[in-house]
Design a protein around this ligand. Structure first.
Ligand code: SF4
Length: 221
């Protein structure tokens, strides 16, 4: 299983299947030679029962540091909440070598390359989705998937062969999908656009993470 995961990580990091994103990353590496500037693979506990699915690396966050949700505001919200619930060893992810450990949680993105303007194309989401499928197959203990934002929610539904309209997005809604080994939970993404406007408050966010952790068996209801 570990070997499968490592080979998947290597394939993700060297993937150039989306020409627009490959060119964007090349430009990024020229402009910012110290940035990671490559696709960002998932991170967490290989025995995870909760998988958290974000949208894409942030340009000055995960794309800079090479770890999902690292070095930006979304990451501070995510790791801060995980730490508060005892699921992360520290409240912040600083960089790939900072020693941060997650307990029972794995984090990935619907697209693994930073897209211009944080907006992946439908074709790019489709192209990257098989990595989610492979990752979930390798993480055999996952019982719940928390999707951050509409596009991640749609990505998980498509991965299971459903139309998004079958299970509409609603903050903290829990869905049981027929035949799926995981429960699906949705939350607004902790992006600045949502946290600065009050669409997602700190209490709403902690409630979403707690609900997902309960569904994964990591917390008592
Ligand atoms: S978004 Fe996914 S499929 Fe497209 S180039 Fe990046 S890693 Fe490859």
């Amino acid at each position: 299983m570990t070997q499968t995961r490592f080979s998947l990580e290597e394939r993700i990091v060297s993937c150039e299947a989306c020409p627009r994103l490959r060119d964007f990353l090349e430009e990024c590496r020229e402009k910012h030679p110290t940035y990671w500037g490559r696709p960002v693979h998932g991170f967490g506990d290989p025995e995870a029962s909760l998988y958290i699915l974000g949208l894409a690396p942030g340009y000055h966050g995960a794309n800079r540091w090479g770890r999902v949700f690292t070095g930006d505001d979304s990451g501070r919200w995510l790791y801060g909440a995980l730490h508060e619930l005892g699921l992360a060893s520290a409240p912040r992810s600083e960089h790939r070598e900072d020693g941060l450990q997650l307990s029972g949680v794995w984090i990935g993105n619907a697209v693994r390359c930073v897209p211009p303007g944080n907006r992946p194309l439908g074709t790019e989401l489709d192209q990257c989705r098989p990595y989610l499928t492979e990752e979930l197959a390798a993480l055999r203990n996952v019982r719940a998937v928390l999707c951050l934002g509409h596009l991640s929610h749609q990505t998980y539904l498509k991965h299971r062969g459903h139309r998004p309209s079958e299970f509409p997005f609603s903050h903290t809604a829990v869905h049981e999908l027929p035949g799926a080994p995981h429960r699906l939970i949705a939350s607004y993404h902790p992006s600045r656009q949502n946290t600065n406007t009050g669409r997602l408050t700190r209490d709403m966010w902690i409630h979403a993470i707690r609900t997902a952790a309960e569904q994964a068996g990591l917390q008592s209801p």
